[in-house]
Structure formats: C-alpha cells, structure tokens
Write a protein that binds this ligand. Structure first.
Ligand SMILES: [Zn+2]
Length: 409
C-alpha cells in the first residue's frame, strides 16, 4: 500500500509495512488539496495505468484519480465470484450520467444501462421517451430502475409529473446519491414513483460506498473501506457523535491511488455497533464547509449541520431555493436544496436567503426566523439546546447570499 513516495514520507512510523486500526490514528489526515497536490507521488509504483476518474469539483478544484488494470481485473473477478449463484434476471436501468467524472470502474452485472444527461434540456425529453416505451429484450420490456444524483432525479421527477400524472408503474426502485436526501425529498420521490428510494454515499476518490441498513436505519460502509470519524476541532478519533469523516481504502480494492485517512469534507454522526452487520453506523449530515460549531452556549459544543438546516427550512416556502446553473428546463428549477450558508468571518451565524426583502416585511421575517429556530430546536437533542440558543440567524434578501457565503449544496 505504501509503495509511493507520499506514504513513504507520511507513514514513516509504520516499520512493519502493516498499519493496524489503532496505529492508523498516527497517520496524518489527507485533504483533497493534499491528494490533488501529491500528483504522481501518491500513485503506486506497482500498478499499471488503465484510465482516470475525476471528482466533481463542486466545492474545490477536482481531483484526478488514476486506476490500474490490476484493480479493474481484480474487481471483475471478485464480483463474478460473489454473484456466481445469482439467478440472472436482466433489468433495464435509466442512469442520469455525468460526464464530469470521466471513466468509472466497471463492475459485472446483468443490467442494461440507458445513460442520459440531465444537465441539459434534451436529456429530460429523452428520459421521458425511454421511460414511456417498450423494449424487445426477450426479457423485461420496461425500465425498472432509475439511478443518479439526488437533485437530478428530483428535477426529472418534477418534469415528468407535469406530463405523466399517472406515473410509471413498472419502476421497482430508485437509487440516488451525491447530496443529502431530506425526508421531504424522499417522500416526494416515493409518492410519485410508488417505489422505494435507496440513497447511497459514494465518492469518485475511493471504490465502495455506504448504504442504508434495513436493520438499524444507519449507513454502513462496504468492508473494503475503513471509515473513521474525528472531532472537528481536535482531530481525535471519536466513536460516538458528530465529526469529520475520514476514509481509508483497503487493498486490493484500491490499488493505484492509495487513499489513507482521506477527508472528503463531510460531517457524519457515528454510532457504535448496534446491528448484526457488526460495523459502526453513520449518518451523513452535509459538508464541513457548511457546518457551524456552536461554542458560546452554556452546554457542550453543538455541531449544527447542513442536514439540520435542510430539515428545518425545507418546507418553508419563503426560503429561497438554490438555482441550478445547468441549462435544465425552467419548470425543473425550484425543486432543489434550500439556499443557506455559514459566514466565514462571523462565527456562529447562519445565513438564509428569503424569497422577499426582510426590510420591507419585518414582521413576516421575524415570524419565519422564530419558526426556523423552533424547528432546529425541536429536531436537536436536549444537550444541544443551550448551544442552539447562541446561534445567530441572518435572513437576507433574494440574490444576496452568494456574495457573503458559500451557498452551493
Ligand atoms: Zn445496521
């Protein structure tokens, strides 16, 4: 694993060549900037280049991840062996594909993927026509699975809702990823499609993902990823509570670009092992860049996350919605994430954009402010209440949040 100049330097303490769970804590945190900046120094000298994938770069500059032929071959053999007893039922899946990620690792499976781009107007029309038609496959005749980025699938649903009020009865399941899936969005999708929505956490930088457990309701990572949560301030590993997510990819699933204690920039809540999966449970609570550490209350520090804010303001119509910069159909705007951000220069302050000017309607603004505070308090544990009272809310007029804060979800 450490056959790279980067890890020969940062893992010097590991004299045996193997690093255990406890010893791993001595390894430094690898940020996206470190990963990007390391270049060839982090790529394994033992692997043969095959292709590259790219992280999306929505919040920072994108990272180019090299993959090897050995990795692709190993994964193909592994999944063929794992699925050898499966009865082959071919299925048709509509995938909201993104060309921003380059080529991804390909896994064997009995699924026929129909890729469309929902970052452009035409993709919505194509998706509508594909979902409406029959296919002569010798097996299933309709698309049964829909997969893609959470916001794109919500936008597609809005587009179809205006055209096909009866929906598509052949859909068996939806798979979404890439953004926090609010309770409101989950309900919206499940009611229209009349099918379960599964959201997974995955990232380009590392093979594997986390999926929601039907037993405990929390997320577990695949066993070939070692996840940790560390305190946002001290960087110390925690086994319970909210902190920064760190991920380590295990050999031989990750080979050419070894990832050790990588911080994708996400806040999680980690729980000790509670179910028969036998691994810790995680909840994904949004980006570290949009989390607030509330310290000035009388209680312990409380980390207010993007997920908390989305759940609190998601049904308030006066809160502005993030406008998608992609050239999507106009009617699909307005189903995205609420517009809020933290102010880098003013601590403990949450800025939320409204659909009207607060100066013109001060009473209405106060009412909304109180409603947001009440909802945040209702969703938080007792211990967090004093810290939440220290939170400063700034409600801003339409079109002004981008100038003062990072508002992109
Ligand atoms: Zn579980």
């Amino acid at each position: 694993m450490a056959q790279t100049d980067h890890y020969r330097e940062t893992l010097r303490f590991a004299t045996t060549g193997f690093v255990g769970r406890a010893e791993l804590e001595a390894a430094p945190i690898l940020s996206r900037r470190d990963l990007d900046g390391a270049g060839d120094a982090i790529r394994s000298e033992l692997a043969t280049y095959a292709f590259s994938s790219y992280s999306s770069g929505t919040t920072e500059s994108p990272v180019i991840i090299d993959r090897s032929a050995e990795e692709q071959n190993y994964l193909t053999e592994f999944f063929n062996l794992l699925n050898r007893d499966d009865v082959a039922i071919p299925r048709l899946a509509l995938l909201a594909a993104s060309w921003h990620h380059g080529r991804r690792l390909e896994l064997p499976g009995n699924i026929c993927v129909l890729a469309v781009s929902l970052a452009a107007r035409t993709g919505y029309d194509i998706a509508h026509r594909l979902l409406s038609r029959q296919f002569r496959t010798g097996g299933p005749t309709h698309i049964a699975v829909i997969a893609g980025a959470t916001n794109r699938i919500e936008q597609l649903t809005r587009y179809l809702q205006l055209r096909e009020s009866d929906g598509f009865p052949d859909i068996d399941e939806l798979h979404v990823s890439g953004q926090y899936l609010s309770e409101r969005s989950k309900t919206y999708l499940e009611e229209y499609w009349r099918a379960p929505v599964h959201d997974t956490y995955s990232l380009t930088e590392l093979f594997g993902s986390a999926f929601r457990c039907i037993e405990c309701g929390l997320y577990h990572f695949h066993p070939f990823i070692f996840p940790e949560a560390v305190d946002l301030v001290s960087g110390q590993r925690i086994s319970k509570g909210r902190g920064r997510l760190l991920l380590t990819g295990l050999y031989p699933f990750t080979q050419m670009t070894p990832i050790i204690r990588y911080s994708p920039g996400d806040v999680v809540e980690v729980s000790p092992i509670v179910c028969s999966i036998g691994r810790p449970g995680f909840q994904f609570l949004g980006r570290v860049a949009r989390a607030l550490i509330l310290q000035s209350g009388k209680g312990p520090n409380w980390i207010l996350t993007g997920a908390d804010v989305i759940e609190a303001v998601g049904t308030i119509n006066e809160v502005a919605i993030f406008r998608d910069p992609a050239p999507i159909p106009e009617e699909c705007q307005g189903v995205g994430a609420p517009k809020f951000g933290v102010l880098p220069s003013i601590p403990e302050t949450l800025a939320i954009e409204l659909t009207f000017d607060p100066k013109v309607e001060p009473e209405r603004t106060n009412r909304i402010g109180q409603l947001i505070r009440d909802r945040l308090a209702a969703n938080a544990p007792q211990a967090a209440q004093p810290s939440l009272r220290a939170l400063k809310l700034r409600l801003v007029p339409p079109g002004t949040l981008d100038a003062i804060s990072v508002s992109r979800p």
